[in-house]
Structure formats: structure tokens, C-alpha cells
Unconditional design. Structure first.
Ligand code: FAD
Ligand code: NAI
Length: 475
């Protein structure tokens, strides 16, 4: 006899575990299956995000930022060091591992508290919403669900001839676990992972070279922000080579010799470690048995409609495994929406107001449309901006690089996009998301009282500048 559940979730990343908790809160009997183990071979729910993504990368970004500031910024505050600071990489890694353990343990507890039945193993959807769970020891059991939520996430894309060996040619997991600072780190792809993890190891002393196939940096960002980011990264010594493709990589003499092609022709570069960060693809390996009715598209993503429903009755899919941005908060919101739809409530995830944040220094954050996208679509708009260098708080902090740029509809003043590079961008973007979600206007932001002195005054002034009435800059 197979165990019966109202909802079976496959995958316990931010899409899956959040969906499972919400389904259980709504009174549905819920199972959640995840195959990930930690170094002690115990379950490690939380998916890519908690184990080898968002959280460990932010832990290392913070540690390396402290080290960098100690060396390069504290002197401005009058703080003197009698000797050169040094970094104990193993302590930094232990701290990161502790944070990860605390959070994955927390997810296990939350599943338990909410009475979600957790299964540690691989889940495969079979016909008629039967799910085969295969444990590591080879034992198998069958579960049956009235509804299934597929939340199997994503895995890094490998380049031909550059298979991950987790020693020389590494992925995100490898780059988060390095035991020492490589003298020379090569990174293929100057995208989100390349810039965040490249920054970590650069701050800790590596020479970091990023090879980016596109001619522009951060092609998805607003051009003004991308340009400002390029200038800041250059100042930090990140060597970003645009329009540069890596043709091959050969491991020899304890290093990786890379051959690149660009407008300058072919070039050879030798690095000690090579991080390949050229995007991720939906993870569907072992997920689907025969005759499930679930369709994959040509990018291997699970096909879903706007409600995250697949082609098979009562089978849903969320997160990185489906269309849309590969972000933890997007996965979680879809998970909640699907659980609520299953319970007969109204659930919705608005893909148009998903914020993006890149946790470099300065941070980069945006929501909505870029100026270039609006130009292309022929939408008439007005834009306003404000530099952090004109805020009292930014200057007092000694952290005033960057700007806020807001874009509003030329006629209705509705906020269409917000783009920030600067201190606290990851937090400042939230009020712009709220404004957009409520179909608010630049004037709404301009009329709201912002505390002084705060970084949020840059958002306020940018909103005033949309109508050319900013106080602390020329209009
Ligand atoms: P995942 O988190 O990938 O979880 C899926 C889980 O399902 C995994 O544990 C997997 O092992 C398991 N699984 C898969 N198939 C099966 C199966 N058949 N049976 C059982 N279990 C299965 N996003 C942000 O929003 N902010 C960030 O700062 C951020 N930083 C990142 C940094 C890095 C280095 C990386 C790689 C990603 C980062 N992301 C970030 C992206 C974020 O991690 C993903 O968008 C998010 O984890 C997607 O959630 P998910 O639930 O769809 O999938
Ligand atoms: P990405 O899509 O952000 O960047 C990949 C980069 O590699 C692009 O700039 C692309 O032009 C370039 N590229 C592709 N093929 C190439 C080649 N052959 N040679 C040179 N360059 C090449 O993907 P990334 O950085 O791997 O991250 C994957 C996803 O993970 C992100 O898109 C994001 O969804 C998520 N993520 C989110 C983070 C956040 O929210 N802060 C942090 C890290 C990852």
C-alpha cells in the first residue's frame, strides 16, 4: 500500500520547502522529498540557496568585505593597525558552514513543527501522481498525492571540454569551498555568480580575471547602472574582459591554461583555478518516470502556465525548474501561490515585480523595466536620479559610490522601474517594489517622508528628480 498525501513536494529548496510549509498550514497532509545530504550524510533541506548558493555566498561576501575594509577603509576613520591583517580561510569557511548548518537545521525543524512528512531520497514522479522515493541505501517506497509540486531546482551549466573536476575547474559549490586563496582565479562569465564570487576571492588577495562573452557588462541591468558597476569593479582591480570567449582549457603543471578568443585574436592565460559560471539549467534528472504527462521545453524547463500548473492534471512546478528568473524569492512566492491555489484560495506570483539584487560592493538592485527596454517598446517615460555622494548618510559612512535611478510613465507617472547601485541597495529596493506592486507613482515616493539622515533619502530625491524638483542636486 502506498502512503497517501494531499500534496507531495519534490525538492526542499526555497520553492519546495516553502510550498510544503504553506500547504501544511492550510490543513493539507503534505510530504516533502529531498535528496541533498550534508558532509555528515544527514538531510540538508534548503536546496541550492541554503547549501551552495545565496546563503554561503553572502557569508563569504561579508567576511571578505570586513577583511577588505580593514585593509583599505578603516584608516580613513583613524583606525590604525600595528601590523598587516591576515585572513584565516579555514575559520572563515567554518563560520560559513555554521550559518548553513543553522539554517538547514532550521528548515528541518520548521517542516517538523508544521507536520510535513520529510523523506530523504530521490523522488521520481510516475503516472497517476504516484511518487517513487529511493533512499540512499537503495530502499524504495511509493507515495501517492492528490497534488504534486515539482521543485527540483537547477544545476550549473558545463562548457564542452571543461567538465567540473572540483579541483581546477570548479562550479559555485567549488568556489564556495576553496580552502585557500588561489593566486590566480579565472572566471568564465561575468554574471551574478562570477561577480559575487570573483569579488570574494579578489578581496582576499587573488588576481581575478573574468572572461565575458557579451560585449556589455550586466546586459540585463539598466545601462547607467551597468556602466557605474563597470567603473567600480575596475577600481577594485577586477580584470573583466568583455567580448571574450574561452575556447579551451587544459589542466597542466598544477594550473589551467585557457585559450581565449576576442577581437584581439587568440590569447593564452594561465590560472590556478577556473570558475565556470555561465548560467544554470533546470534540474530534471531522475525526476520524471514514464507517462506522467509533464512536458519539458527545449531548454529542459518544466512547462507551466501562469499559475505554475503543468500539462498533467494536479501536477504543478515552481522555482528554477520553470520559466522566469532563477531567484530564491521567486521560487518561494510561486511555492506559496501554488499551495494556496491547491487549497482553493487565490494564489499569485507577479513576475513583473521580482527584485534582482547583486551583492557586490557596491550592491546592485533593480525591479521593473530598464530605460533601454522602455525605449525599445516605444513607451514614453521620464527618469530621475540621485547620487549617494550627495547624501549626508553615505558621506558620513564613507560609502557613497553609486546612484538611484527611477523611471516613471511620462503621462501617468506610474513607477515602471527602479535601478540602484550603492550602499544598502538590497534593502532600498524594497520600497520601490512595494510602490510598483501597488501601481504607485514617482510622486507617491516623492511625497512620503523619508528619515534623515538615511540612504533612503536618495530614493526620495530621485523620485523628486523625476519631475525635476530635487532639492539636493541640480535639476
Ligand atoms: P533549489 O534551491 O535548487 O532546490 C531544489 C532541491 O531539490 C535541491 O536540494 C535538489 O537536490 C532537490 N532535488 C532535485 N531533484 C530531486 C529529486 N528528483 N528528488 C529529491 N530531491 C530533488 N537567489 C537569490 O534570490 N538571491 C541570492 O543571493 C542568490 N545567490 C545565489 C548564489 C549562488 C552561488 C547560486 C548558485 C544561486 C544563488 N541564487 C540566489 C539562486 C537561488 O539559489 C535559486 O534561485 C533557488 O535556490 C531556487 O530554488 P528552488 O527551490 O527552485 O531550487
Ligand atoms: P548569469 O546568467 O547571471 O551569468 C552568466 C554570464 O556568463 C552571462 O553574462 C553570459 O553572457 C556569460 N556567458 C555565457 N556563456 C559564456 C561563455 N561561453 N563564455 C563567456 N561568458 C559566457 O549566470 P550565473 O552567474 O551562472 O548565475 C546563474 C543564476 O543564479 C543567475 O542568473 C541568478 O538567477 C542566480 N544567482 C542569483 C544571485 C543573486 O540573486 N544575487 C547570485 C548568484 C546566482
Amino acid at each position: 500500500m502506498s502512503k497517501q498525501f494531499d500534496v507531495i513536494v519534490i525538492g526542499a529548496g526555497p520553492g519546495g520547502y516553502v510550498a510544503a510549509i504553506r500547504a501544511a498550514q492550510l490543513g493539507l497532509s503534505t510530504a516533502c522529498i529531498d535528496d541533498r545530504s550534508n558532509s555528515a550524510d544527514q538531510p540538508a533541506p534548503g536546496g541550492t540557496c541554503l547549501n551552495i548558493g545565496c546563503i554561503p555566498s553572502k557569508a563569504l561576501l561579508d567576511s571578505s568585505k570586513h577583511f577588505h575594509h580593514l585593509q583599505h577603509q578603516y584608516a580613513d576613520h583613524g583606525i590604525k593597525l600595528d601590523s598587516q591583517p591576515s585572513m584565516d580561510i579555514s575559520i572563515m569557511q567554518q563560520r560559513k558552514d555554521k550559518v548553513v548548518k543553522q539554517l538547514t537545521g532550521g528548515v528541518s525543524q520548521l517542516l517538523k513543527i508544521n507536520k510535513v512528512d520529510f523523506f530523504h531520497g530521490q523522488g521520481t514522479l510516475e503516472a497517476a501522481r504516484m511518487v517513487r522515493v529511493k533512499s540512499k541505501d537503495g530502499t524504495e517506497q511509493m507515495l501517492q498525492g492528490k497534488h504534486i509540486i515539482l521543485a527540483s531546482g537547477s544545476v550549473p551549466i558545463e562548457l564542452p571540454g571543461m567538465a567540473f573536476d572540483n579541483e581546477y575547474i570548479i562550479d559555485n559549490a567549488g568556489a564556495l569551498a576553496l580552502g585557500d586563496v588561489p593566486k590566480r582565479l579565472g572566471v568564465i562569465g561575468a554574471g551574478v555568480i562570477g561577480l559575487e564570487l570573483g569579488s570574494v576571492w579578489k578581496r582576499l588577495g587573488a588576481e581575478v580575471t573574468l572572461f565575458e562573452a557579451m560585449d556589455e557588462l550586466l546586459a540585463a541591468a539598466d545601462l547607467d547602472i551597468a556602466k557605474a558597476a563597470g567603473r567600480e569593479f575596475k577600481k577594485q582591480g577586477l580584470d573583466i574582459r568583455l567580448g571574450c570567449k574561452v575556447k579551451s582549457a587544459e589542466i597542466k603543471d598544477n594550473a589551467v591554461t585557457i585559450t581565449t578568443t576576442s577581437s584581439k585574436g587568440e590569447e593564452q592565460v594561465v590560472v590556478d583555478r577556473l570558475l565556470v559560471a555561465v548560467g544554470r539549467r533546470a534540474n530534471t534528472e531522475g525526476l520524471l518516470g514514464d507517462n506522467t504527462g509533464v512536458k519539458l521545453n527545449d531548454r529542459n524547463q518544466i512547462e507551466v502556465d501562469e499559475h505554475c500548473h503543468t500539462d498533467a492534471e494536479n501536477v504543478w512546478a515552481v522555482g528554477d525548474a520553470v520559466r522566469g528568473p532563477m531567484l530564491a524569492h521567486k521560487a518561494s512566492e510561486e511555492g506559496i501561490a501554488v499551495a494556496e491555489l491547491i487549497a482553493g484560495e487565490s494564489g499569485h506570483c507577479n513576475l513583473a515585480t521580482i527584485p534582482w539584487v547583486i551583492y557586490t560592493d557596491p550592491e546592485i538592485a533593480w525591479v521593473g523595466k530598464t530605460e533601454q527596454e522602455l525605449e525599445q517598446a516605444g513607451v514614453k517615460y521620464k527618469a530621475g536620479s540621485f547620487p549617494f555622494a550627495a547624501t549626508g548618510r553615505g558621506l558620513a559612512m564613507g560609502d557613497a559610490a553609486g546612484l538611484v535611478k527611477l523611471i516613471a510613465d511620462a503621462e501617468t507617472d506610474t513607477l515602471l522601474g527602479a535601478h540602484i547601485i550603492g550602499p544598502g541597495a538590497s534593502e532600498l529596493i524594497a520600497e520601490c517594489v512595494v510602490t510598483m506592486e501597488f501601481s504607485g507613482c514617482a510622486e507617491d515616493l516623492a511625497r512620503i517622508v523619508h528619515a534623515h539622515p538615511t540612504l533612503s533619502e536618495a530614493v526620495h530625491e530621485a523620485a523628486l528628480h523625476v519631475d525635476k524638483r530635487a532639492i539636493h542636486r541640480a535639476n
